[in-house]
Design a protein around this ligand. Structure first.
Ligand code: PMP
Ligand code: GLN
Length: 416
């Protein structure tokens, strides 16, 4: 937990922040007091996100930053030209609450073409300020105090706090190391009459695995007799490797009818800083979602919606993304051929996990800091996505970087 005194401390004190403070809340945590003990924190065990911590450490030590997931190259010049065009086109006031019609139409058409599910753009698609916001708002829409939400561990860091801040109870199911596969029996065992929601993520951050069609069919069958709502985080939908297809909940009618499908323009168009995404859901769910959205953000950046509405006509931009990133993954792996790091499969996302069992016994949180400070390369310790550190030791590296950066990074890692 980050105390008020830590927040007010200077950079020297900040450097001593412990990475384990970034973990999700442990199962039975006391309500720790903050603000001089007067107001209990709603998220007592939550600190600054690992992405912020590691990017800051990388900057402080001038390290190659393969930690936080974002490209080190710019977006397409055509996209930037559209920004200039639309910011100068007099569309700088509030857009409609759900998003401008041409963008919702373009999103609906894309989902229909790729996944064979027709969402009504008028009632079933909402443009949102990023996928994180979409997930948070979906949770806020449905989760009441005491409701259980099934999460999969390792868990992307925003899910549990979103659940807990609304009084929900995360219920964790483990992905099976080393392939991080789903244990559907464990999922079935985790379902109780109090289960309100399940948050799935494919391609998966931080493990770089993907769910198969069989996985989603099993999930569809499992949820059939329940009222459980699925939040499906599909921000890496266009980044699936080795000829595999992305399995969206939109492909499975029994899932689409109970799911919020969440995606992000940030990953698809190399503009993570724009914070733009969309949510698709059946009409009844979306009507409830919009009740919350209209008092949460109300609307999403207007001019940028015109930019994407026009740019989404360029289908190649997302259809070629998988090949683009697969090349980067393979380039990075080539550079690691002589290294003692052991690559785990990367089937999607722009992350490569490396096991370092042959190199060191250190905790991944310690090694990530040491590699940044002493060797000039920053990564993400995967244990922070667990409540308690697992037995295996893995670091996550982002390969959404130029070949020059990847070559330098791989060269450093190969010396270890
Ligand atoms: N979900 C996952 C799994 C992610 O990796 C990210 C990425 N950064 C997000 C959600 C957030 O996307 P956005 O920046 O659009 O909020
Ligand atoms: N999703 C990105 C990652 O996994 C980071 C986004 C963030 O910093 N919150 O690295």
């Amino acid at each position: 937990m980050i105390s008020a005194s830590w927040q007010n401390a200077g950079p020297a004190a900040r450097r001593h922040v412990k990475l384990e403070y970034c973990r999700p809340n442990p199962p039975h945590h006391p309500l720790m007091p903050t603000y001089s003990g007067r107001i209990p924190s709603k998220l007592p065990a939550v600190g600054t996100t690992i992405f912020t911590v590691m990017s800051r450490l990388a900057a402080e030590h001038h390290a190659i930053n393969l930690s936080q997931g974002f490209p080190d190259f710019d977006c397409a010049p055509e996209l930037r030209a559209l920004v200039t065009k639309h910011f100068n086109a007099g569309v700088n006031q509030y857009p409609p609450m759900a998003g401008i019609a041409p963008l919702r139409d373009a999103v609906a058409a894309k989902i229909d073409t790729l996944y064979g599910q027709r969402y009504d753009p008028e009632h079933e698609i909402t443009v949102v300020p990023g996928a994180t916001y979409g997930i948070y708002t979906a949770v806020a829409t449905l989760v009441r105090p005491g409701d259980e939400v099934i999460l999969f561990e390792p868990t992307y860091d925003s899910y549990a706090p979103a659940v807990e801040v609304h009084g929900g109870v995360p219920v964790y199911v483990q992905l099976r190391y080393p392939d991080y596969s789903m244990d559907w029996q464990a999922v079935e065992a985790a379902i109780t009459p109090r289960t309100r929601m399940m948050i799935i993520n494919t391609p998966h951050n931080p493990t770089a695995t993907v769910l198969s069609a069989e996985d989603l069919r099993l999930l569809e069958g499992l949820l059939k007799k329940t009222d459980i709502v699925v939040v499906s985080d599909e921000v890496y939908e266009h980044i699936v490797f080795d000829g595999h297809q992305h399995q969206s909940v939109a492909r499975f009618p029994g899932l689409a009818e109970r799911s919020f499908l969440v995606s992000s323009f940030g990953k698809t168009y190399h503009v993570t800083g724009w914070k733009m995404g969309y949510v698709a859901a059946p009409r009844e769910l979306m009507a409830e979602f919009r009740k919350v959205h209209q008092y949460n953000a109300f609307v999403t950046n207007g001019p940028l919606q015109y930019v994407f509405a026009e740019y989404m006509g360029n289908r190649d931009a997302y259809l070629q993304l998988a090949a683009f990133y697969q090349k980067k993954r393979d380039y990075f792996l080539d550079g690691l051929k002589g290294s003692r790091f052991k690559p785990l499969p990367s089937r999607g996302t722009f992350f490569q996990n490396l096991s370092y069992e042959a190199i060191s016994d250190e905790k991944d949180t310690d090694l990530a800091v040491r590699l940044t400070k002493e060797h000039g390369i920053a990564s993400i310790p995967v244990s922070v996505f667990y409540r308690r550190p697992p037995a295996h030791r893995v670091l996550r590296f982002c390969f959404a970087k130029s070949e020059e950066t990847l070559a330098k990074g791989a060269a450093i890692l190969s010396t270890l």
